[in-house]
Ligand binder design. Structure first.
Ligand code: GLA
Length: 705
């Protein structure tokens, strides 16, 4: 007997067809179907006829295919019992509801492998979540080779994929690829989310920022994983996302169970902005920890201003200068602990360096508080330096293959977070720090790849990542108000599982605002802007060497969780004034920026435009900018997205106006503070801002009249 199931939420429906055996078939994942939609009719419309040279019982793309029974594509699950044959046959398939969740149970009676697939669609945002639990009810150990979190047959319009890549300080590279027969895949073996962010977007040939269809799949997992889209010779296409398991990493003893990470998927018929429209509210309401809802204070982070070169009194000077700009949180980066003077030592010894801080951190923290700021601290809890007391005492606590070499990266090794005693020790140190100092915030870094991912002689990448989650959870349970930032050499750990614990990410070590336009744009596909740390760096930029005007740097930083990394003591008076003014503007508009709907697009002549529109659509803040000389001297009017056409807006060009560009503004005097325009004119015809000169950034505030 066949039956149909559907789940709905937001603008999205998942509809499936189940038999009593075999894996369920996907009928639809995409635009929400009407309540009365006849799923049997949809199934019959989709049915394919006989083809030559195919199995007599056709095996269509399904939600959790295996190998061995006619499916010739990538299986969702593979593995074998000791001495077994590796074939898995879903002899039973059933479905049940658990509240809003649809749970599908599949079992292979021959081997005793049972899988439960759980799907839910968040009612508000329409984001689908999917997870698999694999249980071994057989009599022999089952070596699990692969277990997808989500397998999603793709609709025929999905002819392209947007994947993401990057490297240190080069994050946020979006790569569009036409799909053809074969496999598009990304495998990450770094033990962190990776610079690609564990996201793929299946798109049509013309999907753009604000038009076209898209299905984004994100794996909420801060470790090794594979994302892929396979196109079979007959044209059927499947997207798959799951943890990447090493051979022998998950050996399920009889009675054992493996739970995959959760994968999320969102559908849009309005381009990439539609994906953000689904994910931003979802992340805000369903993922982020409770303390992430607090007002996003303006940060000062000491790294680019001081690196390892500081003492208590220079930090107090820095804090005073930062407070003078309007900063609200002072974060002391690397170098504050146990003899750490450069990156060659001391990780693992999380006690305050008494040569730098004779009386501990209290005098600095007290001063920071007196200046009206709270205090944050950098840590890298999963790491150990070979030159550290921790390593000298417990040389076997790092991940290592017995009797093999211990290659370092940034002079450090990864602690074995799969071991409880290691976690206990690190927890004890961090707990003591947080209990004895008024620390509001931890920048939690992770500057190494995980290799060899071995714990006590066995492959353990997954267990090590789960150990880190457990450590964070324990710390958060005892210090619930402490906010955590997830940093991994910049943006290598930004995923929706770490964001259940961290309220912010550091998306890149580069603060070069031109680079940041790309980096923040693509981090912002899934993540709302308030989660994305965005700091005003020095000029010239220490990583790229580029000089950029302060207003340009500050405006780009305003569209994330704003902070400052440049040394305020070294800024000229004009720059200091411009920066302070933008910090003030950020504070004035942060509610709008952090609760609003975010859209990004390229103007008709390829300038970059970002807008945040308030939830009630009565206000918006637009950033329109260009980095290079435009091809044509006359700028195309900026057609502004997200506005209500029937509303009239008071439009203000926030000062300071870009110097050269403002000379070309029509009737600059007539602008005074502001002018009014209809939403219709602004959306449909646009506002002509002079945007032809390089490094021009206009900040435009719109308010309902
Ligand atoms: C990493 C981080 C930086 C900084 C340094 C400190 O590179 O990404 O922001 O914290 O470590 O060593």
């Amino acid at each position: 007997m066949q039956r149909y199931e559907r789940i709905d939420g937001g603008k999205t429906t998942l509809a499936i067809l189940l038999g009593e055996t075999g894996a369920p078939q996907l009928l639809h994942f995409g635009a929400r179907l009407s309540d009365g939609a006849d799923l049997a009719e949809i199934a019959s419309a989709l049915r394919s006829g006989l083809r030559e040279s195919t199995p007599d019982h056709p095996v269509p793309p399904a939600l959790y295919p295996t190998c061995g029974f006619g499916w010739m594509g990538e299986p969702a699950i593979s593995g074998a019992h000791e001495g077994g044959d590796g074939a898995l046959d879903w002899a039973h398939c059933s479905a049940r509801r658990e509240g809003e969740r649809l749970v599908i149970a599949l079992s292979d009676t021959r081997t005793g492998i049972h899988v439960e697939l759980t799907y839910a669609i968040n009612p508000g945002s329409g984001v689908l979540s999917a997870q698999a639990r694999i249980a071994n009810r057989g009599e022999h150990t089952f070596r699990l080779q692969q277990a997808a979190s989500l397998c999603l047959p793709l609709p025929s319009w999905a002819t392209h994929v947007l994947g993401f890549s990057g490297d240190w300080s080069r994050e946020g590279q979006a790569i569009r690829t036409a799909l053809d027969t074969g496999v598009w895949s990304q495998t990450n073996r770094t033990g962190r989310t990776g610079f690609g962010g564990a996201t793929l977007v299946a798109i049509d040939a013309n999907t753009s920022d604000d038009a076209g269809r898209a299905i984004a799949v994100h794996l909420a997992w801060s470790g090794n994983h594979s994302l892929g889209i396979e196109t079979l010779p007959d044209g059927q296409r499947m997207a798959t996302a799951g943890a990447h398991l090493a051979p022998g990493e998950v050996d399920l003893a009889p009675g054992g169970m493996f739970e995959t990470p959760v994968a999320y998927a969102g559908y849009s018929d309005a381009g990439f902005n539609g994906i953000s429209d689904a994910f931003h509210p979802f992340v805000r309401t369903q993922i982020l920890p409770a303390n992430a809802k607090a007002v996003r204070r303006v940060h000062f982070n000491s790294w680019e201003a001081a690196y390892f070169d500081f003492d208590e009194s220079s930090l107090i000077d820095l804090a005073r200068a930062a407070a003078g700009l309007g900063v609200e949180r002072f974060v002391l980066d690397d170098g504050w602990f146990a003899g750490r003077r450069d990156d060659t030592s001391s990780l693992g010894d999380w006690r305050v360096d008494r040569d730098r801080f004779a009386d501990g951190l209290a005098p600095l923290i007290d001063e920071v508080h007196a200046l009206g700021m709270d205090f944050g601290l950098w840590v890298e809890p999963e790491m150990v330096s070979p030159d550290s007391d921790l390593y000298r005492t417990h040389p076997d606590w790092c991940v290592q293959a017995p009797d093999a070499s211990r290659p370092t990266m940034r002079n450090q090794l990864w602690l074995d977070m799969a071991r409880e005693e290691v976690r206990d020790h690190i927890h004890g140190q961090l707990d003591a720090l947080l209990s004895t100092n008024a620390i509001a915030y931890l920048k939690w870094d992770c500057n190494r790849f995980l290799y060899p991912a071995v714990s006590e002689g066995a492959p353990a990448a997954t267990r090590i990542v789960r150990g880190t989650y457990a450590l964070m959870d324990r710390l958060k349970a005892s210090h619930p108000t402490v906010e955590i930032e997830s940093c991994a050499s910049g943006g290598a750990r930004m995923d929706l599982e770490i964001l259940k614990r961290a309220s912010r990410v550091w998306p890149s070590d580069t603060t070069d605002a031109i680079e940041r336009l790309r980096i923040q744009r693509w981090a912002g596909l899934i993540l709302p802007p308030e989660v994305i740390g965005a700091h005003v760096g020095p000029s010239p930029n220490p990583i790229t060497g580029r000089d950029l005007p302060m207003a340009f740097r500050a405006r780009v930083a305003m569209f994330g969780h704003m902070g400052v990394e440049a040394d305020p003591r070294k800024l000229g008076a004009e720059d200091r004034e411009i920066l302070a003014a933008h910090i003030e503007l950020y504070k004035r508009h942060r509610k709008l920026l952090h609760t609003g709907r975010h859209l990004r697009w390229r103007t008709d002549d390829a300038a970059e435009a970002w807008i945040s529109v308030s939830p009630t659509a009565d206000q918006a803040l637009l950033l329109a900018c260009r980095t290079e000389v435009a091809r044509h001297a006359e700028s195309a009017p900026v057609r502004i997205g997200g506005l209500d056409r029937a509303t009239r807006f008071r439009v203000t060009l926030c000062p300071p106006w870009p110097k050269i560009a403002s000379r070309r503004l029509h009737d600059a005097d007539g602008w005074g503070d502001s002018r009014t325009f209809s939403g219709e004119a602004l959306s449909e015809i646009g506002l002509r801002l002079p945007l032809a000169d390089p490094l021009t950034a206009w900040l435009v505030h719109l308010e309902r009249v």
